[in-house]
Structure formats: C-alpha cells, structure tokens
Design a binder for this molecule. Structure first.
Ligand code: 9YW
Length: 422
C-alpha cells in the first residue's frame, strides 16, 4: 500500500507545527514538553526530510540527562501551564527542569537507524559519536540503579515509566499503592483537552501522584526506592526496548571504535535470560511481572509481542506469538490492540486498555519481520497507515471502528507515517 503524497505533506507539517525550536512537543495543549520515547520516534520522522533537525531532537533531549546518567521521561524546556504535573510538582531543581523517572529507552536504536540511513554520513557519524557516551551512561544507570542484583529484569517504579500508563497490566500493582492521605490537592489538565472516557480514571491519577510524593520523600534515591516504592514491576516495554537498545549500542561501540563490548555483552546475557523468564507456555505469550509479589501479570498486552523486537525469542515461541496475534485479529478490525481483545479488561476506547498505538505497531512489526513473518509485519503496517489515512494523525485509534482518539495532530504518529512510507 503506497503512502499518500498529501498525507506525507500533512505529516511533515505536523512535525514543523509541533517544533518548539530544537524539540518537538507530542501535541499542543495536552503534552507541551519533550518526552523521551516520543523524541526517538519523532527524530526518525524528521530524518526523512531534515537530517540536521533529526539529530538536534536527540541532542536537546540529552540536555535533561542527570549527572548519574538517568534520562528523564519529560524535559520541561520552558514553562507551560496547560500540563499537570509540571516541574513544580516533581520538585526536581535542575536546569532544564525534568521529571524524576525514565521511559522506554529507544534512543540507541534510533541513533543506529539514523546513522544507517543518513545521506550526510559525516554529520551522522559525528553526532552518533558525541551521543554515544551519554547513551552508555544512561544504560549503565539502568543496570546499576534498577537491576543491581543482575536479575536480568529492570525494576520499574511508575506506570508512566512503562510508556503505557493505565495498562490493565498495572491494575493490581497500582491498587496496592495506598493513596497518600496528605496528597497535595491538584487539578488534572488532561481531561480538559481530551474526553475523559479516553483517559485514565481519577483513582489511577491519585496513585500516579502519590508515587511522586514517595520519590520526593526518598530524595530520589533509586536504591532506596527499589526497597520502599510501593509500585515495582518488570515491564516488557522497558526490558525489550532496552535489550534491543543494548544490541544497537554494542553495534555502535564497534562501528565507532569504542571499547565497551564486554560490558554490554554482559548486560545482554542477563536480559536475554530475564525476558525469556516472562514466557507463559499455556497462554503462548509473554507477561509482565509484579516484582513485589513475584507473580506473572496474566493479561495479554501489545508489549507481550515485543520479545520478537528484542530478538530474545526462540523460533518456536515466535510461531506461538504469531498464532496468538492471529487470534486477536479475529476479534478486532485493526491491529494491534493494546490489550488482549478476549480479556474482560479490554476497553477499546480507553488509552492503553485497548486502542491501537502506531509506535508500538512499528516495533511489533519489526519483530515479526525479523523472525521471518513478513505477512504479519505487512498487515500491521497497512493497518497503521490506513488508520492515519482514515482519521488523521491521532494519538491512538479505536481497534474496531478506526476512530481517532486522544490528542490530534500527534508528532509520533506523523513520524511513523513518514518512516513507514519510505
Ligand atoms: C503523560 C507523550 C506521552 C507518551 C506516553 C503516553 C502519554 C501521558 O503521552 O503519557 O502525561 O505523560 O502514555 O507513552 O510518551 O506522548
């Protein structure tokens, strides 16, 4: 299915309109800052028509990196009252202000892809070389502060870190977080921009914000939070994205002549083991894990297919995943719903509880292609392009009707259209 010229133009127009000078906001009003994994996808979109601007997106993102290597999930480059919680609520006194948690670490993978496809190789190599030590510091932070016992799985401390905030996978773990009775009052901004039926519930939001108070009380000390944080999960999105990012960091290390191979290979061995321990033979899927109880979180989500993208699955498991997704495809019109459509928790219009997200589709399709299933990869690509063509570049889409949901004129959806159109 060829992409439409006029929509390619529209996608570029969206990136330009959301450009705030060096960083691209996901969408005006709802998300007026720079988000970590959005920046990766968006850079790939820029790469299709303005390489210099693409590299700048990542350079600007790293202005928010902490001295300990952590790359925060939001960089608040300049004040914007339309979003909550902003920098005051996070209480991080840095310039630029940032949040205190991270997000799926896609950057090293995008740097590799950008270097591979750059027309201007000299520029790309110089940029990749200057980003490399920062990415290495970030990945070292993950290992040192989020997997100090070398379990092969990263401990995630907030649903926002997973990128899939209100996924039903977090329901029980989040319900165990007792809402802080002294939680400072707040006014949500998200439901002023988007229909509340497409957004998380209030009870979830209270817990999201309670966790911020927990971090502040712990002085953002990660090792202390590994013991004390009431929300601790292993997230397939984080682990699989990090595994692939480490493979790509290893590739970059070799390509650019750095000497960190042994260290990165050690991480990969551990995460290979960790991710494969999340396999569930009966369900034919990978499940997230609750690290407080140690139990598998037995609800299928779109991230359940990401070990293909990571490259950790065996061919047998890959075939089971294919069959599982074919089953899901009988229940919905557009792939890939963010929650198993057979699950009683499936809500086709609510955020990460059912709708289709273009960025996750991109990763899942790559995984199926890597394992020798080009038909499934093509089906996912075609569904994604069709959704954009039918209803525009929405934040997410209804998997039964194709309706565009959440915010409109969304940067990472436009970026995927550009990247997939090539
Ligand atoms: C929030 C920006 C972000 C994404 C997340 C998505 C949502 C809400 O929007 O987060 O308030 O941070 O869940 O994955 O990066 O697009």
């Amino acid at each position: 299915m060829p992409v439409q010229e006029s929509l390619t133009e529209e996608a570029r127009r969206i990136l330009r309109a959301n450009d705030r000078g060096g960083f691209t906001i996901p969408t005006a009003g709802l998300y007026p800052f720079q988000w970590l994994w959005d920046a990766g996808f968006t850079a790939l979109g820029w790469m299709q028509f303005d390489e210099g601007r693409a590299w700048q997106e990542l350079e600007t993102l790293f202005l928010g990196q902490w001295p300990n290597g952590m790359l925060p999930h939001i960089v608040f480059h300049r004040p914007e009252p339309t979003y909550f919680p902003g920098p005051e609520r996070w209480g991080v006194t840095r310039t630029p202000p940032t949040s205190a948690i991270t997000q799926p670490p896609v950057v090293a993978t995008f740097v590799r892809w950008m270097l591979e496809q750059a027309q201007n190789q000299a520029q790309a190599e110089a940029k990749a070389r200057s980003l490399y030590p920062k990415m290495l510091a970030y990945h070292r932070w993950f290992k040192r502060e989020r997997d100090p016992e070398n379990t092969g799985l990263i401990t995630v401390l907030h649903p926002w870190e997973t990128g899939a905030d209100n996924s039903p996978a977090w329901d029980e773990a989040l319900a165990r977080v007792e809402v802080d009775p002294a939680l400072p009052p707040y006014i949500r901004r998200d439901t002023a921009h988007v229909d509340p039926t497409q957004r998380p519930h209030q009870s979830e939001y209270d817990r999201f914000l309670t966790l911020l108070e927990v971090y502040k009380r712990a002085g953002f000390d990660q090792l202390r939070l590994l013991r004390e944080c009431p929300f601790r999960v292993a997230s397939l999105l984080i682990d699989c994205v990090l595994h692939r990012a480490n493979r790509d960091l290893l590739w970059l290390s070799r390509r650019l002549g750095f000497a960190d191979e042994a260290e990165i290979e050690g991480w990969l061995e551990a995460s290979q083991r960790g991710i494969e321990s999340l396999w569930d033979e009966e369900a034919g899927l990978y499940f997230n894990r609750d690290l407080r109880s140690g139990a598998a979180i037995r609800v299928g989500v779109s991230a359940s297919f990401l070990p293909l993208y990571a490259g950790t699955s065996s061919p047998q498991r890959a075939l089971r995943l294919l069959r599982t997704l074919e089953g899901w495809a009988r229940q919905v019109r557009y792939l890939v719903p963010s929650t198993d459509p057979y699950s009683p928790r499936f809500e086709p219009q609510r955020y990460w509880r059912g709708p289709v997200w273009a960025v996750v589709n991109y990763l899942i399709a790559l995984g199926f292609a890597d394992y020798g299933y080009p038909e499934m990869a093509l089906r996912i690509r075609q569904d994604t392009l069709k959704l954009c063509e039918m209803t525009g570049f929405s934040e997410y889409f209804h998997p039964l009707t194709g309706q565009g949901l959440g915010g409109g004129t969304f940067s990472w959806t436009a970026a995927i259209y550009l990247a997939w159109g090539q």
